[in-house]
Every structure is written in C-alpha cells, then in structure tokens.
Design a binder for this molecule. Structure first.
Ligand code: ATP
Ligand code: MG
Length: 445
C-alpha cells in the first residue's frame, strides 16, 4: 500500500496521501454509517451523508475538492486546517468499495486539476486490482496450506482406521479359531461320554458277576472243607454241583459282556478308521437295494415294533459305476439307518395317524447319477443343520449313535468319489439326503 501511495503522490505532485480500507460487512447498519479502518489500523464510524467515506460509498468515482473548508463532507477530519486541496479515488473490486485513496495538497501551493483527478482514477483502478490479486494469492496460499493439513489429517485418520481394522480382523480370527477348537472339544467330549456310557454297562456286568463268582468259589471251598470232615455220601455233592453250575453261568455272563465291550470298542475303531477298499464296477441300484433290506431287517430283528413303508424308484439307465462298493454301502446303510430312526421316532410320538415312509430314488443326470434317500420323520432343525456332518455330532441317546455316520459318508462321497452330498429338510415334515456321483472316474485315483 505504501507503493501505491508513493506512486500516486508522484503522478499528481501531491504532498501527502492515505489509503482508507472500508469494511462494509461490519455489523453496524450500512445505510447511515460506514465503518473504516485507516491504514495505520483501528476502526472509525462515519456518517453516510457528511463524510468523504460516505460520499464514496454512494458515488464510487474520483472526487476533487479545492475548497475543503466550505465542504461539509470534509468536516471531522483531524488536520482539516492544514488542507488546501484534496483528491479522492475509490478502490473498487467488482464494483464494491474496498477502500479510498486520498491525496492532500498539490505541491507548490497549486490546486489539483481535472487531469489529476482522471489520473488518480486510473491509478486507483489498477491498484485495486493489484490489491485484490495479492489478497487472492494470500487466500490461495492459505487454502493450499489448509488443504495440505487436511490431507495429512485424513491420512493419519485413515491409518488409524486401518490399524483398528487390522486389529479387529486379528481378534475375529482368534475368536474363530477358539470357536472351532471349542466345537472340536465339545465333539470329543460327546464321544468320550458316549463311549464311557456304552462301555460302563457291560463292565458293570463283568464286575458284578466276577464278584459273585469269587464269593461262590469261596463258598465252594468252605463246603468242601466241611464235607471232608464229615462222612461223605453222594447227596452231599448236590449243593456243590449247584454252586458249580452258577459259577459256570457267571463265567459265561462275564465272557458275554466282556465280548460286548470289546465289540463296542472294535466298531468304534472301524467307524473311525476308514477303508482301503478296491475300485470296482458296481450297480448302484443293487447296492441301494441290499442296504435298504439289510437296514430294515436288522432293525426289525432288534425291535419288533419297528415298521416302515419303503418306496423305491430305481432308474435302470444309470449303468455300472466305478466305485468302492463296500464304502458306498456304508454310506447307504448309514443314510437308511438315520432315515428309519427318524421315521420310527416320530411314529413313537404319534402312534396313531402317522405312517412312517422311507423312499429311495435314483436318477440318471447324464454326467452324474443322483440318489435321494428320504424319510417323513421330524426333519433337522436349523440350529443343528450345520453340525450334522461334524465327526461325533449326534442327537441320539448314548449308545445308539456315535455321530460318525455322516462325517464318514461325507468323506467317502466327497473325497473318495469326488461326488456331492447335501441335505434338504423341513422341520416336522421330512429329511432328504441327496448324493450325486460323477459317472467317469468316480473314485479318486
Ligand atoms: N434322516 C434324518 N432325520 C433327522 N435327523 C437326522 C437324519 N440323519 C441325520 N440326522 C441328524 O444328524 C446327526 C448325525 O448323524 P450321523 O449319522 O452322523 O450320526 P448318528 O446317526 O447320530 O450316529 P452313527 O451314525 O455314528 O451311529 C444325527 O444324530 C441326527 O441328529
Ligand atoms: Mg447315523
């Protein structure tokens, strides 16, 4: 601003000059008052009609006053007495008054001329533009700085968020691992409980009859001692023979229940071991037929109350498939067993008005064959549907299921035979297991 003043003084030969900045956005009403800030700083208020600033605000054009003493716009200026003549020009930016450039007293005691007035008008217009450019530049710089700060702040925030996300992900993974471990432990717990319960029964027999046998042997020995002391005749041996035959029966029971315990352990091991059977061309319909009959008659033999209707629909076009027949039979036996169990359980709950039905369908799908084994039992509820293929998962009472059937079936169908096994079910209505086997190279080589 000093440069602008110096340049103007030189151009019109004036003695003194000042730039007054106008702040039109001050809170005082602008109709009557104008707030100004003189170049030395500070703020003043002026009357709109009776001040230079007010006049400029209204007219916005250069002004020449050669007799200030007679001009009411000129009152109130502190050093009024020493001013002989005066030139003013507005500093306009987009026709808004931003300031006033005022020059006092032409050198050599002369008056300012109309030419001086025109010249100052041009200088003021150029200066206003320069001032505006400087202001814009400063604003731009400030804006750039804030932008940079904002970018840095956002980057820092993003980095924080990123870290937070990584930590959350890590925590999620840990929780997931924990859950998996807990599930496995729970399955293992169920298995252990199942085995313990199942083995405990025969072992109770074994122990009880062993204790009884020991007591009987003791009695026998005492009896013999007694008989030796007495005269022995034939009849006296009848008791001993009785004790001996009880002893024999006990030993048989011990043997029977011992074998039962052994059988349970063996079947558990067999369930868990998996097979190493050979691949052969087999008729799937026939395997299914054998499995369904075996299951049905096996269950009937164990429980005379067991009865289900079996529906069969075999697709004769599926042809022989290269499979491991023993393993596939194991799958079918388990699926039929589960189906019969479910249907029979429902029948036990609703003895009248419910007919248990098991159905088996096969279908040629071209490159695959499809097997559907369905029962109209109570279905599988949503909360356990994800678990049924887990090893050791069972809802059957201890001793009736190890929870290995479906996990082994899954392994046989999916891993060994590169097929699929799925379940469709509606709680209270039905369960249908769908097995699909590929026709070519059914068995993994
Ligand atoms: N057809 C079905 N209807 C209803 N629930 C079923 C059916 N098939 C399987 N399930 C459910 O899935 C569970 C697991 O079945 P899976 O064959 O693996 O074991 P299990 O039959 O209990 O024991 P295992 O087969 O080892 O003797 C069953 O306990 C039962 O809750
Ligand atoms: Mg089963």
């Amino acid at each position: 601003m000093q440069t602008i003043i110096r340049r103007s003084l030189r151009a019109v030969d004036a003695e003194q000059g000042v730039i007054t900045l106008i702040d039109q956005h001050a809170s005082t009403p602008m109709k009557t008052l104008v707030r100004t800030r003189v170049s030395s700083g500070g703020q003043q208020a002026f009357h709109l009609e009776q001040s230079l600033q007010g006049w400029m605000l209204l007219h916005k054009k250069p002004l020449l006053i050669n007799e200030p003493a007679n001009d009411e716009r000129f009152h109130g200026v502190a050093w009024e007495q020493s001013i002989r003549s005066l030139l003013c020009a507005p500093l306009l930016i987009k026709s808004e008054l931003k300031g006033i450039l005022t020059l006092y007293n032409k050198k050599g005691g002369q008056e300012f001329t109309a030419e001086d007035q025109r010249l100052l008008g041009i200088i003021a217009a150029q200066s206003a533009q320069v001032m505006e450019n400087a202001r814009l530049y400063k604003q731009l710089e400030q804006y750039n700085r804030t932008l940079e700060e904002k970018v840095q702040q956002r980057t820092a925030e993003l980095q924080d968020k990123n870290l937070e996300l990584t930590q959350t992900l890590q925590r999620l993974r840990e929780t997931q691992n924990q859950l998996v471990t807990q599930e496995k432990l729970a399955s293992l717990g169920q298995l252990t409980a199942g085995i313990a319960h199942e083995i405990k029964n025969p072992l109770n027999f074994v122990n009880n009859f062993a204790v009884l046998s020991i007591e009987l042997a003791k009695e026998l020995r005492e009896e013999i001692v007694r008989r030796k002391a007495k005269n022995i005749n034939e009849d006296d041996f009848t008791d001993i023979e009785e004790i001996l035959s009880t002893l024999e029966q006990n030993a048989e029971k011990i043997n029977h229940h011992g074998r039962r315990a052994d059988g349970i352990v063996k079947s558990m091991m067999q369930h868990a071991r998996g097979s190493s059977g050979q691949r052969e061309l087999a008729d799937i319909n026939q395997l299914l037929e054998e499995a369904v009959n075996l299951t049905y008659h096996g269950l009937r033999a164990n429980d005379a109350s067991f009865n289900v209707t079996i529906e069969k629909k075999y697709d004769s076009t599926i042809g022989p498939l290269s499979v491991i027949p023993q393993d596939l039979s194991r799958v079918f036996l388990n699926l039929f067993n589960n189906a019969c169990y479910a249907a029979h359980e429902k029948k036990k709950l609703h003895p009248a008005g419910f007919d248990p039905v098991i159905s088996v369908f096969t279908k040629n799908l071209g490159s695959q064959i499809e097997i559907r084994i369905r029962d109209n039992g109570n279905g599988i509820s949503q909360d356990i549907r994800d678990k049924i293929f887990n090893p050791f998962f069972t809802t059957k009472p201890a001793g009736q299921g190890a929870g290995l059937g479906l996990s082994i079936s899954h392994e046989i169908i999916v891993q060994q035979h590169r097929g699929e096994i799925e379940v469709e079910t509606e709680p209270g209505k039905f369960t249908e297991f769908v097995v699909r086997l590929p026709k070519d190279r059914s068995v993994q080589s």
